[in-house]
Design a protein around this ligand. Sequence first.
Ligand code: 5GP
Ligand code: ZN
Length: 112
Amino acid sequence: MSDDCIFCKIVNSSIPAKKIYEDEDVIAFNDINPSARVHFLIVPKLHVESLASCEAQHQALLGKMLLLAPKLAKEQGLTGFKTLINTGKDGGQEVFHIHVHVLGGGDKPHKI
Ligand code: 5GP
Ligand code: ZN
């Protein structure tokens, strides 16, 4: 838990989010500013800044997050989707608690 981290606050329910999934390791919730008809974030409960901060000890957690993407995308009615992990300020990351974006739906496939 990091005191000033918005996603840690969502993890501990001190700020609200539209959660679509939760287990002991991970939550997923709708992005507050969606870029597609369906746009949710898969977020570990553990505070890890970014993909660049991950080490071997995070391997199973990263795998779990990725394996959740198709499962949750299907539950959200998507027949195809994009995944995105912004890493570092220069990689477009704005929230420094690692997360996988899952985007899909709408008329045209979402282009990054
Ligand atoms: P990043 O640029 O770090 O990869 O993406 C951060 C994402 O988090 C953005 O798409 C942004 O809309 C979303 N976001 C930021 N603050 C909140 C929040 O308080 N609640 C929710 N649900 N999403 C947020
Ligand atoms: Zn955090």
